[in-house]
Design a protein around this ligand. Structure first.
Ligand SMILES: Nc1ncnc2c1ncn2[C@@H]1O[C@H](COP(=O)(O)OP(=O)(O)OP(=O)(O)O)[C@@H](O)[C@H]1O
Ligand SMILES: [Mg+2]
Length: 315
């Protein structure tokens, strides 16, 4: 309170957009909306005038992109970034590109690289080695970071386990191979990923019991690996058209009503989602931004724009 009795206004806090790191790792359980969110983060950064690379990390086996259809593309290149719009690029990160880049850097003889990459038995042998696919993806990611071509690299990571593996597996390799080209490069990548100024994770979940619990576990896992969790996003939150009293009245009515009533399942689901939502916001660790994205009826690009709007208001 100031001398003249007025309440002093707190300084206005301008939240930093959740895409505002050189490297943004989007992850979460399957089907929660990681790709949609990654696309929306990329768009948000891009319309702010940044140069953005949107990267979809997939396994060698994934036949089709699940991300770039959001940009009207069924596919993008896996070798080098492809322009989607001026200053907006897309790439698919597959382990073999990283392996090739690594071999090129260490062998420096293209013919040998080609021969090694063509050898199906060698590749099969190596792909079965623990951490080999992760190291390929990580290596490729590092070369892209090193190029400094982009203000932001936003990575759409596959479901939970892979995200943790991308850091934990290479780390265990560095322990046994601390020096040499691979050791040094992987260490550089791990340093970038575990520096909160350079990188953070954006975790996505939905308002349901298990997914919320798993999201907290994932946050702990990430933190345990030294990766900063920048934001937790609760996606696909259904619209609640009741106030508390109305909901209580409907609940009471349904509890007493033995006959089947239309919409009862939706109502129960809404109640569960409200409970999960409360638990989510109560559990987001201090210092981590939390964002809510409504369940939208749009699909494709309109959905990406809708989600973009929601994430631009960060609490
Ligand atoms: N806020 C939302 N409102 C409505 N639909 C949504 C929303 N977010 C995502 N979806 C839809 O949910 C489905 C899954 O989304 P998305 O593909 O982004 O999830 P994902 O986590 O990347 O899945 P996967 O684990 O398979 O890669 C898609 O059909 C998408 O259109
Ligand atoms: Mg996806």
């Amino acid at each position: 309170v100031t001398d003249n009795g007025e309440h002093a206004m707190p300084p206005k806090l301008v939240a930093r957009p959740i895409w505002d790191r050189p490297l943004v790792l989007v992850t979460g359980k399957g089907g929660v909306g990681k790709s949609t969110l990654a696309a929306s983060l990329a768009r948000s950064a891009w319309v702010s005038g940044r140069s953005v690379l949107l990267a979809e990390a997939t396994s060698e086996l994934a036949k089709q992109s699940r991300l770039f259809p959001h940009f009207g593309r069924s596919e993008v290149a896996t070798e080098s970034p492809e322009e989607l719009a001026p200053n907006l690029f897309g790439i698919r990160l597959v382990p073999s590109t990283g392996h090739r880049l690594f071999l090129e850097a260490s062998l420096r003889v293209k013919m040998l690289v080609n021969a090694a990459m063509r050898s199906a038995s060698l590749t099969r042998f190596l792909m079965a080695a623990p951490a080999f696919p992760e190291i390929g993806t990580l290596y490729h990611l590092i070369t892209l970071l090193r190029s400094r071509r982009f203000d932001h690299i936003i990575v759409d990571l596959p479901a939970t386990g892979h995200a943790l593996g991308l850091v934990s597996l290479p780390r265990s390799v560095v322990k046994i191979m601390p020096s040499g080209l691979i050791g040094t490069t992987i260490r550089e990548g791990l340093e970038a990923m575990t520096n909160p100024k350079t990188a953070h994770a954006v975790l996505v979940t939905v308002p349901e019991g298990m997914p919320v619990t798993e999201c907290f576990e994932l946050a702990r896992g990430m933190t345990g690996l030294g990766i900063s969790v920048g934001a937790m996003v609760l996606n696909q939150v259904p619209r609640d058209s009741f106030d508390i009293a109305e909901r209580a009245a409907v609940r009471e009515y349904l509890d007493q009503e033995p006959r089947k009533v239309l919409g009862v399942r939706e109502f129960r689901r809404l109640e569960r989602s409200i409970e999960a939502r409360d638990r989510f916001f109560a559990g987001v660790p201090a210092g981590v931004a939390s964002v809510e994205v409504p369940l939208l009826s749009a699909g494709g690009e309109p959905l990406v724009r809708g989600v973009q709007q929601a994430i631009e208001v960060v609490s």
